[in-house]
Design a protein around this ligand. Structure first.
Ligand SMILES: Cc1cc2nc3c(=O)[nH]c(=O)nc-3n(C[C@H](O)[C@H](O)[C@H](O)COP(=O)(O)O)c2cc1C
Length: 270
């Protein structure tokens, strides 16, 4: 079973290819989280698979995103005890494999390794996204890499991170979340049409539309979906995002937007 979390489509793209190559089911963590938020009676979920579980998500500050960590620790995995991680990244993953290993230990799963797949940088609240030509080249290389990884996963072999780097000091990691992972600087320009794309995409249901304008509710993971997918580029993050190219894989013409998997692949844990 391939479970993915994705802000701007990169991890979703990688997960989609992998699930096809492995003939495995695809589960959207975004969608599952949204369902949990929208239904107050939704408790933890269980996922059942005879084959390994593969978690595909972006790298945040050389770690698994906290929101994905919380989701995994809140879920139950039935069947296979093997868990792989594929982290999409703009440049490097630090010691994300150690983080993934810790999560597996807490879940009592066998950590089968982490590999990183370089995809276009999406973090425009801090950095710059590549132009379309560069992005296409990066995505092509990623596809080839995922094909190799799918073979390793299908044969049950451990996988390794070729982009690993030094470990991030815990203090720096905590400071990153404190100073950068919030929604306090989001503003909306007059070009906002009130279409609600931002609110519809937010995996944490953190955006509500008030008088035709998005309002952020204070529970943001900085996935970049709202700012990147806005059809009129009406959202800014203070001055940091001004004048920067937005990157959203399925809105950029680089890929056609595939539908979300239609059947939820989880069942409720009573
Ligand atoms: C909050 C945040 C932190 C990020 N930190 C890293 C990082 O530490 N290393 C890296 O290579 N890329 C980093 N990135 C870039 C993303 O990991 C990368 O573009 C990823 O493919 C985005 O995937 P998605 O479209 O599925 O969300 C970061 C992006 C965001 C939004």
């Amino acid at each position: 079973m391939v479970l993915y979390f994705s802000g701007t489509g990169n991890s979703r793209y990688v997960a989609g290819i992998l699930s096809k190559l492995c003939g495995d089911r695809l589960v959207s963590i975004n969608r599952t989280m949204r369902e949990r938020k929208l239904d107050p009676y939704n408790a933890a979920y269980s996922f059942q698979s005879d084959g390994p579980f593969v978690v595909v998500c972006p790298t945040y500050c050389w770690h698994i995103p906290r929101v994905v960590e919380a989701f995994l620790l809140d879920s139950r995995f039935v069947g296979s005890r093997q868990m792989y991680f594929l982290l999409t990244c703009g440049s490097g993953t630090g010691q994300a494999a150690a983080h993934a290993g810790q999560i597996c230990r807490k879940l009592e799963m066998e950590f089968s390794g982490l590999a990183s797949v370089r995809m276009p940088e999406n973090y425009i609240c801090l950095f710059r996204a590549p132009d379309a030509d560069e992005a296409v080249g990066i995505i092509r290389a990623a596809k080839t890499q995922v094909e190799t990884l799918s073979g390793q996963i299908l044969s049950g072999k451990p996988i390794r991170d070729s982009n690993a780097g030094p470990a991030m000091p815990e203090l720096l990691y905590r400071q990153f979340y404190r100073h950068f992972v919030h929604d306090r600087r989001f503003t909306v320009k007059d070009s906002c049409t009130g279409c609600g794309t931002c609110a519809g995409l937010c995996p944490l249901v953190n955006i509500s539309m008030l008088h035709g304008r998005p309002v952020w509710g204070g529970n943001c993971t900085q996935c970049q979906a709202c700012i990147a997918a806005c059809p009129t580029d009406a959202i800014e993050f203070g001055r940091r995002s001004r004048g920067k190219r937005r990157y959203y894989l399925y809105a950029s013409g680089l890929q056609k937007f595939p539908p979300e998997p239609s059947q939820p692949e989880h069942f409720r844990d009573n």
